[in-house]
Design a protein around this ligand. Structure first.
Ligand SMILES: [Ca+2]
Ligand SMILES: [Ca+2]
Length: 388
């Protein structure tokens, strides 16, 4: 047993070395030297076309030019008359996802902030021949927002055809309303809904196999809970759901999501008890302790302040990175490649880019291009890519 353990760590160690050596040749370069898009937060391909869209937090979705020398990007959808930002930092247009059958039904989904009362809105729109119809809005869900931060709003369709939407704990600091562990609140969760059906009075359906469907006193939309401010939700090609969760003052974390799981906030920050937790320790200690799932990886605030989750790289240009989860930190500009095994345990985590020095990257999103390579969107409005 010991011997096998020793062998396993030797193998893991050598993998780490090989990968590190290979990955040191990765550089991050500006892909569009003349183009600046204010606060880009997401990019995605327009299904059924070779076109790509970039979401700007202020409320505009741009089409990414083909010309790498372009000085501006055409507007694809302008939602600035709907998106209302109180404090210009974490609110805004935060999510965009295309219906899995977009090519036939034209549907897509956005998540954005409004005020009076402060809330987050999940809406459906329809595009015809790749052109969005601004009058087609159907509001699916409105979530009251107690504070101006931690709105999350990451959206992806799963291989099951359902929409997964992450919400933050609502904001301020220390989870003051204790929303994340409250199963009657939609804050601090990953939700899973069926946009093609309607359950009761809801504008969407509740999948029958959601973990809390039919349980009194629990919102049936909930897929997981105990999230703080997820930033980066991604299904890899094996169907695993990754969720990076931004920490408060000490730890940033990456989770592999399991149905019905409790990811800890605000009992835990990363894989540590949260010192300012207002919750009684008896909930998390002793024989009736509730089961909290720790992240597969965390890093401390020595290396950053706000994680930007990414994607599992399956491109061709960087074979050493294949199968690695590429992510970064918004504050420090560090970029890493994380590998986990089939059991979901970390096998390596290598630095792709060190802390910001001369050129400052503040990653807001790491996205997959139609050719399988990556974009790294930066808060300063620049779009980066990997280079050898
Ligand atoms: Ca909020
Ligand atoms: Ca956690």
């Amino acid at each position: 047993m010991q011997f096998h353990h020793f062998l396993a760590s030797l193998i893991a160690g050598s993998t780490l070395l090989v990968t590190t050596a290979a990955a040191q040749n990765v550089n991050f370069i500006v892909a569009y030297p003349n183009l600046t898009i204010k606060k880009p937060v997401w990019s995605t391909a327009l299904p059924g076309s070779d076109r790509e869209l970039i979401v700007a937090q202020g409320g505009v979705i741009y089409e990414l030019p083909k010309d790498r020398k372009a000085k501006s990007a055409p507007v694809w959808l302008d939602l600035t008359n709907r998106v209302v930002i109180d404090k210009d930092f974490e609110e805004g247009l935060l999510g965009l996802a295309f219906h899995p059958k977009h090519e036939t039904n034209g549907k897509f989904y956005v998540y954005y902030s409004r005020q009076g009362p402060k809330r987050a809105i999940l809406s459906e729109f329809v595009a015809k021949d790749g052109k969005p119809d601004t009058s087609s809005e159907r509001v699916l869900l409105q979530i009251a927002q107690p504070f101006w931060n931690h709105d999350s709003g990451q959206m992806v369709f799963g291989p099951d055809g359902y929409l997964y939407l992450s919400t933050g704990d609502g904001g301020k600091g220390n989870d003051p309303l204790m929303t994340s562990q409250n199963l009657f609140s939609l804050l601090g969760k990953i939700l899973r809904i069926d946009v093609d059906n309607k359950s009761g009075d809801l504008a969407y359906g509740i999948p029958k196999d959601n973990p809390f469907t039919g349980k009194p006193g629990i919102r049936p939309e909930i897929w997981t809970y105990g999230m703080r401010n997820p930033w980066g939700l991604h299904f890899d090609k094996s169907g695993r759901l990754w969720c990076a969760d931004v920490g408060q003052a000490l730890w940033e974390e990456i989770n592999l999501i399991k149905k019905g799981g409790n990811y800890g906030w605000s009992y835990r920050e990363g894989a540590h008890d949260f010192a300012l937790s207002k919750n009684p320790p008896l909930v998390t200690k002793g024989k009736d302790a509730i089961k909290l799932i720790d992240p597969v990886h965390e890093y401390s605030h020595a290396d950053g302040i706000s994680i930007t989750g990414g994607v599992v790289y399956e491109g061709k240009a960087f074979p050493a990175l294949k199968g690695s989860y590429i992510y970064g930190d918004w504050g420090s500009g560090f970029m890493w490649a994380l590998k986990v095994n089939d059991a979901g345990r970390k096998t390596s985590n290598i630095v792709l880019r060190k802390r910001n020095a001369a050129r400052k990257i503040q990653p807001t999103a790491i996205t997959i291009r139609p050719d399988g390579e990556l974009w790294i969107l930066s808060w300063d409005g620049k779009i980066y890519e990997l280079s050898k």
